[in-house]
Design a protein around this ligand. Structure first.
Ligand SMILES: [Zn+2]
Ligand SMILES: [Zn+2]
Length: 281
């Protein structure tokens, strides 16, 4: 199966997850599928999530039950014990798949404190990823880490506070200059939050922060729900990105082979419609 229309627009897919983390399929299976679909480059970007209290979070216990707790590390030593062999495996697959360009990425949860930043900078000096995706699946609130899934059950006042912390964290991730691009910018809509116009000013600060450091913002095609048929981010944010000249790329956030290239044709239309600047490396 070759989808020619989509490849006129983008012949790579860089936001993907594999087995051993929270993906379902092996790296080799992901490469095979990407090749089959006509992509020339694939990047593997498993979760790099390090926080000393992550294992106290509600999300961690769900992950243990679901068999994907490997994506959560309480220390940089722990995350390195997973990424070092993972990158060695990708290195080997490069040799075995010379027709494809295979990149080593990571989807990093940004935590704004100096200790985290110090540990992260040391880790990437050793791992030397080809690119880093900045994300914020958690907000530090009331002494705990709340995942997007937990925000929905908070009361209204807490929800607003959590969302403000979320946007502050995203803006700081953009300003840090640590990331090649930012993932699913308006993630709170996954929990049905942050959709009203009152959040526009917060989105604007995040987009301007990305513009300031020339950090790209992906169009993540994993959302597209029945009740809100759109990717991350919304048209409201896409307009801001065009106005601020922020580069973009298409991400499928594939957690299995079937997800590769999903909705890319539709999302490419949005890039044209809003006159967005294409991502260049
Ligand atoms: Zn993510
Ligand atoms: Zn992802």
């Amino acid at each position: 199966m070759v989808l020619t229309i989509l490849h006129m627009f983008q012949d790579y897919t860089l936001h993907t997850h594999s087995i051993g983390f929270d993906g379902r399929d092996s790296v080799q299976a992901m490469i095979n599928r990407a090749r089959e679909m006509g992509f020339r480059t694939i990047g593997i970007s498993n979760h790099f999530i390090v926080n000393p209290i992550i294992k106290d979070s509600k999300m961690y216990s769900y992950a243990v039950q679901g068999g994907y707790s490997n994506i959560y590390s309480a220390s940089f030593n722990e995350v390195m014990s997973r990424f070092v062999p993972h990158y060695v495996e990708i290195e080997k697959l490069r040799e075995q798949n010379p027709d494809m360009k295979i990149l080593r990425g990571m989807e990093v949860d940004f935590f704004g404190n100096n200790k985290w930043r110090d540990g992260f900078e040391k880790a990437i000096q050793i791992l030397k990823p080809d690119y880093t995706i900045g994300s914020a699946h958690f907000v530090e609130y009331g002494g705990t880490l709340l995942n997007t899934h937990d925000w929905k059950s908070a009361d209204q006042q807490d929800q607003n506070e959590i969302l403000k912390f979320y946007w502050e964290n995203v803006a700081n991730a953009a300003l840090s200059g640590l990331f090649t691009w930012l993932a699913h910018l308006d993630l709170p809509k996954k929990a049905g939050l942050g959709i009203g116009d009152e959040w526009e000013e917060f989105e604007e600060i995040a987009v301007q922060s990305a513009a300031h450091t020339n950090t790209a913002i992906e169009i993540n095609t994993s959302f597209y729900r029945k009740y809100l048929y759109e990717p991350y981010p919304s048209n409201r944010v896409l307009k801001m990105m065009a106005k601020n000249n922020v580069p973009t790329l298409l991400s499928d956030d594939a957690h299995n082979v079937e997800n590769i290239g999903r909705h890319f044709d539709e999302a490419a239309q949005l890039i044209r419609q809003f006159g967005l600047k294409k991502f260049q490396r």
